[in-house]
Ligand binder design. Sequence first.
Ligand code: GSH
Length: 245
Amino acid sequence: MAEKRITLYSSEESPYPHRVTLALEEANIPYDTIDFELVDKPNWYKEKVYPTALVPYLVYGGPKLQPGDSPSPELPQLGESLVILEFLADTFPSARLLPADSFLRAKARLFCRAVEETYNPAFVGTCFKQAPMEDLCAAVEHMQGLLPSDTGFALGGEWSIADAAFLPIFLRTLAFLELDPPISRLAPGVAAEVLATLREAPRFARMQRYLEESMARPSAKKTWDPASFKAKAARHFEAAQAEMK
Ligand SMILES: N[C@@H](CCC(=O)N[C@@H](CS)C(=O)NCC(=O)O)C(=O)O
């Protein structure tokens, strides 16, 4: 579908590039990735590619890039995962990454805002800053309340970039809680208890179904490898926690 090459700079530890790979897979758009671990982020990335040095970063068009290459400044290129998602939805309308209906498109923005303003801070708070686990449960409940009541994805049924905005952070929340031993200073047993609540309690039945339906999609299966994530996560979280002290 894409006539121009897409190059995505990415790190598996981060949920933000994962948003973009989910959307690219859903749209069946071919892409190249240049992947590195955040704790070993190469200097050329900041110097030659993206001065903020954050992932993701997407380059649209041009020749195949190798690690260390500098993308031509003539090419369209973007950071910020939610902006990239909208760019893909607008550039490839036939992929239906967003519904055509303007009200549903507005709802997608509201859902993304809830991810950024409510869910993500709760994830960061509990994973990095020892905020109470009830904050996380309340945030999951909030997101669950935004889903259609019985089944289907964020915008009332069809999968969209609103789902791409949320799922990678939720998956990393669960993976973080599954790490043994837990990597933050959680009291013994807390992570396992919250995990069991999120995965099994009737209070979270709607989110459990959402997760099941999301993970049944080839896009999620192809882009999420919890074992590989966990292998890298401990190093990344240790570094992130040290920075936040
Ligand atoms: N708002 C940005 C956030 C991107 C971001 O914070 N990425 C982090 C990874 S989670 C990063 O690249 N950090 C650089 C580092 O850890 O060296 C987006 O949505 O793309």
